[in-house]
Unconditional design. Structure first.
Length: 397
């Protein structure tokens, strides 16, 4: 069959088609612009590989768990102990409910307020309790001077002038949730010691234009512990360059957890040396972008060997990343510190924690959480056991 001849276009049709610029063709102006762009120097921003270290390490750990047909927390536990664990201890959840901002009142030494549940109730009930208290705090904001703005940590940012306001708001929220503050729900504070400390004068700005020495701050913490039995955790009580940490531990450790956060650096070996002269009850190990999962496992071994309670916290928190929860379960951490359940990136972590508990509970692979080592009675050197018993009986009456 012969090929059909190609129809010829008239001159006018050729002119009309020439004026149209089809996709994929360029006019003379376009070609000039393109050549100008190519002649310009191309600036390529340097790649910050530190931003990808943790993400890559997390992906490798999760893939290894899938390859071994086990959950991520089980794979981490196997890396820590060298064998598969039969039983697991769930970490006690800590929720950040209040955070200080620039317009958060005159009280400056409290940076964050934390709540955590009692351990003598079913774990899932304790997790539900802290979420209900958080929700009631939001409802109470209509009556109380509580800013309903949710911070990046999922917490509220109330204007607080006195510590009593913190205690009163949490107590009222617990009452609305049919819980007893100091029995079902406990409180902790993170101090802003690194922000309010004047290194030249060695003084802390407790409130606006109210300065305290290190010993006066320790007296303040001691008074708060006496007045508010629900307070069971103090983080970063003093600045890391302050020399009075031994007194902090000797006076307060029998009553609450003394936790170090900004006190310690990211160098595990340096922290291990500092723990010999700086006494704390526990240390916060934070996920950050420049570390690997193996670094966290190594840190957990070092801190636990120094009789430190391990607290896992997450600074690297994409919306769908729940790795910190698996890490805390796998490392058998004492606490897991999370932001308030008011943002999706934190809510998914609470859901993952509940999911892990249900899986381990259904398989009968859970161990009871050890009791809190605080508060505890202190035997004075010049006090006999008989006098201590008399003191205890009078306090109970």
């Amino acid at each position: 069959m012969e090929d059909s001849p190609i129809p010829c276009r008239t001159q006018s049709e050729r002119k009309r088609s020439g004026n149209k610029i089809n996709s994929g063709t360029h006019s003379t102006v376009d070609r000039n612009l393109s050549s100008d762009k190519l002649s310009r120097p191309v600036t390529i921003s340097p790649i910050d590989y530190d931003d990808h270290i943790l993400a890559t390490s997390i992906a490798i750990a999760q893939c290894a768990g899938i390859a071994c047909r086990q959950p991520t927390y089980a794979h981490i536990s196997q890396l820590l102990h060298g064998q598969v664990q039969e039983k697991y201890i769930m970490p006690i959840p800590i929720s950040i409910v209040f955070s200080r901002t620039k317009s958060s009142g005159k009280l400056k030494f409290v940076k964050e307020v934390l709540i955590f549940p009692a351990i003598d109730i079913p774990y899932i009930d304790g997790l539900r309790n802290i979420i209900e208290v958080y929700q009631h705090l939001g409802r109470l904001s209509i009556k109380a001077p509580l800013n309903k703005t949710i911070t990046d940590m999922g917490s509220y940012a109330p204007a607080i002038d006195k510590f009593e306001q913190i205690n009163d708001m949490l107590r009222e929220a617990c009452t609305h949730a049919h819980l007893e503050f100091g029995k079902d729900i406990f409180m902790g504070i993170k101090c802003a010691s690194d922000e309010i400390y004047d290194t030249d004068k060695s003084r802390y700005e407790k409130q606006q234009n109210v300065f305290k020495s290190s010993k006066e701050m320790i007296d303040l913490y001691h008074d708060l512990l006496e007045r508010y039995p629900a307070l069971m955790m103090i983080t970063d009580a003093l600045h890391k360059e302050d020399d009075n940490w031994t007194e902090v531990y000797s006076r307060l450790s029998h009553r609450c957890y003394i936790i170090g956060d900004k006190l310690y650096s990211q160098d595990v070996e340096t922290n291990a040396k500092n723990m010999e002269k700086i006494l704390t009850s526990g240390v916060i190990a934070r996920l950050n972008k420049s570390m690997m999962v193996s670094d966290m496992i190594n840190a957990a071994n070092v801190y636990v060997s120094r009789d430190q309670h391990l607290i896992i916290s997450d600074n690297y928190s994409p919306e769908d990343c729940t790795f910190a929860v698996d890490l805390a379960v796998g490392l058998q951490a004492r606490f897991l510190q999370l932001g308030g359940p008011g943002r999706s990136e934190w809510t998914c972590k609470y859901n993952r924690l509940a999911e892990i508990w249900h899986n381990l509970h259904d398989d009968n692979r859970l161990e009871a959480i050890p009791v809190h080592p605080v508060p505890k009675e202190v035997v004075l050197e010049d006090q006999s056991p008989e006098e201590l018993n008399k003191t205890g009986s009078s306090n109970n009456s």
